[in-house]
Design a protein around this ligand. Structure first.
Ligand SMILES: *Cc1c(COP(=O)(O)O)cnc(C)c1O
Length: 352
């Protein structure tokens, strides 16, 4: 080992779902939207002035921050935008989880949280979900340096009603509580209204799932002005120009078209509910999902085998060989056509 290696920040990176490049594949492994972004996004892309690319983008991401503030009825000073919510959450870990007590998050959850905690040397403790994959708010009444959980949770899809979310926030006034709402637009109720009551709440959302723009990398969080101010201080101490010009322009277009947004999420919800019935008929069980995916296991066939069989047929879903979840598949809700092909395949495969 070279001496220089002693000074390396060692970390175990997050493993993202694969992005295979196969013709006619059915991609249900990373919770992307199966429909294109709002039509205004394509229009704005065509009209984009590439000469402006010479110039740095607006460091305050002003038009996008303002569009989001208007949409969610908050002040622009309460909105922070980043390069996907991964960037937003990572910045928020650095900013708010700077104490010595362990931060808390569920044992089964978004597998990036422990990676960020490790890379920033933040102590953490995982809190087991109950046997039905539910969060028990009383478990979050232990000493901690901060809390984060997704609602709906990933990869389970389980949504916790707002009174439970509020209970966790209310009993933790001395730390920042982050609610990661990557999937909130698929049927849950956002914690945003609670911002009026709690200055320690940060609500994180993303354009990647419900707004069909994973490739543009746009995420944001909304919170008390003071929280957002601290977050901006850290961001401007790391990189002033995180959001590139196209993302800033196209993001605004996505926010502007609320009718398209609502129609798209409604379609995905309808497909999800139909697929729940089909999967049940095939002998799958799953917690009720309020996200754009279903976390399913089969009584007779191990998830790992189904995963492989699907993969061989160019149908990609997500599987983790991890405690508690190694017999479940996370299946993104695609178009009706894609889901019909999935169901058809499973029907034949399970009958073999
Ligand atoms: C997808 C996802 C994110 C990150 O999405 P971005 O593409 O970085 O905005 C964050 N949290 C959860 C729970 C997710 O599933």
């Amino acid at each position: 080992m070279g001496k220089w290696e002693e000074n390396v920040r060692r970390c175990v990176p997050y493993v993202a779902g694969e992005q295979p490049d196969r013709k006619n594949m059915i991609k249900l492994n990373t919770n992307e939207c199966p429909y294109p972004p709002a039509p205004g996004v394509e229009r704005a892309r065509r009209e984009m002035d590439t000469d402006s690319f010479r110039l740095y983008p607006n460091p305050d991401v002003k038009p996008l921050v303002e569009a989001l503030a208007e949409y969610y009825h908050v002040k622009p000073s309460q909105v922070f935008v980043g390069v996907g919510s991964d960037d937003v959450i990572s910045m928020a870990f650095m900013t708010f989880f700077n104490g010595t007590k362990p931060i808390l998050f569920p044992d089964v959850t978004y597998s990036f949280y422990d990676v960020w905690a490790d890379v920033y040397r933040i102590p953490y403790r995982t809190v087991p979900l109950d046997e039905n994959w539910r969060i028990r708010p009383e478990d979050y009444r232990q000493e901690n340096g901060g809390i984060i959980f997704p609602n709906p949770n990933a990869p389970t899809g389980v949504y916790e009603p707002l009174d439970k979310v509020e209970e966790i926030i209310r009993s933790n006034p001395d730390v920042v509580v982050m609610v990661d709402e990557a999937y909130i637009d698929f049927g849950g109720e956002s914690a945003l209204p609670l911002l009026e009551k709690y200055e320690n709440l940060l609500v994180v959302q993303t354009f990647s799932k419900s707004r069909a723009m994973a490739g543009m990398r746009i995420g944001y969080c909304i919170g008390n002005e003071k929280l957002i101010g601290y977050l901006n201080d850290v961001r401007f101490s790391v990189n002033s120009y995180t959001m590139n010009r196209p993302a800033q322009i196209l993001g605004v277009e996505a926010v502007k078209d609320d009718a398209y947004f609502k129609a798209t999420t409604a379609k995905i919800i309808a497909t999800r509910e139909r697929v729940k019935g089909e999967l049940k008929k095939l002998g799958f069980t799953f917690p009720d999902s309020k996200a754009n995916f279903i976390f399913a296991s089969h009584a007779a066939k191990p998830a790992k085998e189904i995963f492989q069989a699907l993969r061989n047929a160019d149908i990609f879903v997500r599987y983790w060989d991890k405690p508690r979840i190694n017999n479940s598949l996370r299946i993104t809700v695609g178009t009706d056509e894609e889901m019909d092909k999935l169901i058809e395949f499973l029907k034949n495969y399970l009958a073999e």
